[in-house]
Design a protein around this ligand. Structure first.
Ligand code: ADP
Ligand code: MG
Length: 313
């Protein structure tokens, strides 16, 4: 179903839409819940007109409906679980990374986020009986850390043909945060033609962090990250795909998040990600992965190693 845009609402032209977006009302849902008075002020229009716009937004917004638990259970039976190549990490995740959910890997530089993402890009191509989802991968690369050579090593580690594996990984560099968000739309175009079962954003937050500097920009940054994450979640829902995002813990914390072990994006990323994994380096090249937030799994840890062949126990 094509999404209704703000400009489709009666009484909203480009100028008003621009004002609304600027004030952070970036989608129909946001407009649907605002008061006529607020909307009138923000868009510089009369309250009567504002009320009409809000009523239309309520009608058009994709609010969805309630469903019974057994229906939800049935849908969850169709969820895929993607192997990470580490039994310990799979167990921690209840069998692997789940489709229709966002898994966030956060940790400091070099903690293994990109390695795990590369491993998943290979593994998703495996047959379900081997822990894959028999699908292809989309990677939105914001840090220029995608390495086909590393994919080839990991493919060899699983005795599969590197050339074939690389053909099923679709990579795009994102040059700024707007571009990054648009690439999710582009990803949908690919997913209409190919069986995409994994979308990776590595890193989710780095461009936002670089562009939105200082306290005054925090609210808009969070709003954009929030929208981006919801777009990704929607992608995961539509295509029954795994969504994997990375988030570097700031060693140089910005003004608002003083704790260096807190992931960038703060509450927004945390509340939208379904599963959050905190990675840290340990002795002998090992990595400790801690599941810090999950709707249905206990908080626990797994130890993985990163070898030439890829992620292993
Ligand atoms: P980040 O969390 O910053 O994304 P990475 O996932 O890039 O970190 O992890 C980088 C680390 O992965 C390296 O420091 C190294 O320990 C390990 N690594 C990278 N490539 C290989 C390889 N070919 N063989 C073994 N270990 C590797
Ligand atoms: Mg990385």
């Amino acid at each position: 179903m094509p999404e209704t845009s703000m400009e489709d609402l009666p009484g909203v032209g480009q100028a008003i839409a621009a004002k609304l977006r600027e004030a952070g009302y970036s989608n129909l849902m946001a407009i649907a819940v605002v008061s006529p008075k607020t909307l009138a002020e923000v868009a510089d229009i009369g309250e009567g007109v504002a009320a009409k716009i809000i009523a239309a937004a309520k009608k058009e917004a994709d609010i969805g409906s309630f469903e019974t638990g057994d229906v939800v259970m049935e849908r969850r039976r169709g969820l895929g679980k993607l192997t990470t190549s580490s039994k310990a990490l799979n167990d921690l995740m209840g069998g692997g990374f789940e489709s229709q959910a966002i898994t966030e890997l956060f940790g400091e530089y070099g903690s293994g986020k990109t390695q795990i993402a590369h491993q998943c890009a290979v593994n998703v191509q495996l047959a379900p009986e081997d822990g894959g989802l028999a699908g292809e991968t989309i990677i939105i690369d914001t840090e220029n850390t995608f390495r086909p050579e590393r994919i080839a090593q990991m493919a060899q580690g699983l005795d599969i043909e590197p050339e074939e594996v690389l053909k099923h990984i679709h990579v795009a560099r994102a040059f700024n945060s707007n571009h990054q968000m648009l690439l999710v739309e582009k990803a949908k175009e690919i997913a209409e033609k190919k069986t995409i079962k994994l979308i990776i954003v590595d890193s989710l937050t780095s461009l936002f962090r670089a562009e939105y500097v200082g306290r005054g920009t925090l609210a808009s940054r969070q709003q954009m990250i929030n929208k981006h994450m919801h777009d990704l979640l929607r992608f995961g829902d539509i295509y029954n795909a795994v969504v994997l995002v990375t988030n570097q813990v700031s060693a140089n914390p910005d003004a608002f998040f003083g704790d260096p072990t807190r992931p960038i994006g703060g509450h927004i990323v945390g509340h939208t990600a379904t599963y959050r994994l905190y990675l840290r380096k340990s002795k002998g090249g090992k990595r400790i992965v801690r599941l810090v937030d999950s709707p249905n799994l206990p908080e626990a840890e797994a130890v993985v190693s990163i070898t030439e062949k890829g992620v292993r126990d």
